[in-house]
Ligand binder design. Structure first.
Ligand code: GDP
Length: 414
């Protein structure tokens, strides 16, 4: 884990087997990934003892996460640490390389200001490490350590979100798929939970916090659509975790928690939302989580980073997650281009018309003055001619009958 900004990274690779559920992955993705297996990186955030390790172990049906009592006690930690552990889980011959990134120390002090900071830095440093590899000339063997999802554990207080919850989610939502869960939901009654969920959603809405919500695809069959709607209805998931098996009234052993008044079953949809949470992450929306991380969250980070470094974004390579939105964007750009061209053409046309008009006007004026000049010249000539004619008329008088008699003169020889 060379990209981790952590001081005490405990990385362990375990080979585990179980009936986890990712081998029932949607066919296409399954075929694509079957050769090299799946890879998933999950971050968990919440104060010590909130139920993180129990939930992860329950979800992957393996002891991936040592219980907090087995780990160095968080009292020794100053501030927030980042640790990670990996496990190769086998499910019906399909391999999942799972990395769980833990953040011990978060929320454990009286003053928990800025606890989000090392976590945000860690998420961003993973993006940066990926970007550095993408920018290399030889890009084979890119190691992808980006966080695909972050489970944020909300304390089952039954009130509403605390300042630390709101601050954390607001700082994080543009960088990671946020999945808020209410942990240890068995400590609240059904009524308390319903009201708590409503208040949490209202807070999330009020603060414009973007949490991960699976999308219903336009080509999804009715059953898948129903499942996704069912998942959407459960957000924020109220979960119960337990690695223990307890005996039900019918004698069956189930994962759950035993109480004097009865048992709470982990895998029973009527008892809590663990099934939906697990289905979303491991089965139906693992690919969507990875996709969204890659095409939206990482891409935005990359754009900001490059812009801050003085690069100009080349929109032609900008990958938009939503193809319809991308088409719409391209159509708008195209339309704007055409409008600009039209406006430019109009301006050129106007200019040309004006030039022509002024030329015509000019030549008209020239013509007119030439015409005037010519007219004046002609007039002058006419006047001159008239004058001449008059002169001639006065000098050569018409002959009187008397003049018919030849005059005596030099040449008159007769
Ligand atoms: P972590 O420090 O966040 O990893 O918390 P753990 O998973 O180690 O859990 C701390 C304690 O809470 C343990 O005693 C667990 O058995 C208990 N615990 C975990 N999940 C639940 C739950 O869903 N309901 C109840 N009632 N207790 C739980």
């Amino acid at each position: 884990e060379n990209t981790l900004r952590n001081k005490s990274s405990t990385s362990q690779i375990k080979s585990l087997k179980g009936n986890v559920g990712f081998s029932c992955f949607p066919d296409q993705v399954y075929l694509k990934s079957i050769y090299d297996g799946f890879k998933f990186t999950l971050m968990v955030v919440g104060e010590a003892g909130i139920g993180k390790s129990t939930l992860i172990n329950t979800m992957f049906e393996n002891k991936i996460f040592p219980s907090s009592s087995e780990v160095t006690t968080t009292e020794n930690i100053k501030g927030v640490e980042i640790t990670s552990m990996s496990a190769d889980i086998q499910d019906n011959n399909v391999k999942l390389h799972l990395t769980v990134v833990d953040t011990p120390g978060f929320g454990n002090y009286l003053n928990n200001d800025n606890h989000w900071q090392p976590i945000l830095e860690n998420i961003e440093s993973r993006f940066d490490a990926f970007l550095a590899q993408e920018n290399r000339v030889i890009r084979s063997k890119i190691v992808d350590n980006r966080i695909d999802a972050l489970i944020y554990f909300i304390k089952p207080t039954g009130h509403s979100l605390r300042t630390i919850d709101i601050e954390f989610m607001k700082r994080m939502h543009a960088k990671v798929n946020l999945i808020p869960v209410i942990s240890k939901s068995d400590t609240l009654t059904q009524e308390e939970l319903t009201a708590f969920k409503a208040r949490i959603l209202a807070d999330i809405n009020f603060h414009s916090i973007q949490i991960f919500k699976p999308t219903i695809g336009s080509f999804d069959d009715p059953e898948t659509t129903m499942d996704t709607k069912d998942i959407l209805n459960k957000i924020p998931f109220a979960v119960v975790g337990s690695e223990e098996y307890v005996k039900r009234e019918d004698g069956n052993m189930v994962r759950g928690r035993a109480y004097p008044w009865g048992i709470i079953e982990v895998d029973n949809e009527k008892h809590n939302d663990f099934t939906q949470l697990r289905k979303m992450i491991i089965h139906s929306h693992m690919e969507e989580l990875k996709d969204y991380t890659d095409t939206v969250l990482y891409e935005n980070h990359r754009t900001q980073k490059l812009l801050s470094m003085g690069h100009v974004q080349d929109n032609s390579v900008f990958r938009e997650y939503n193809p319809a939105a991308q088409l719409e964007e391209e159509r708008k750009i195209h339309e704007a281009k055409i409008q600009k061209m039209e406006a430019e053409m109009n301006a050129v046309f106007q200019q040309k018309v004006m030039e022509k008009e002024s030329k015509l006007k000019q030549s008209e004026e020239e013509l007119f003055s030439r015409h005037k000049e010519m007219k004046q010249t002609l007039e002058k000539q006419r006047k001159e001619l008239t004058d001449k004619k008059k002169q001639m008329e006065t000098s050569v008088r018409p002959s009187s009958p008397m003049d018919k008699k030849p005059k005596k003169g030099l040449f008159n020889l007769s």
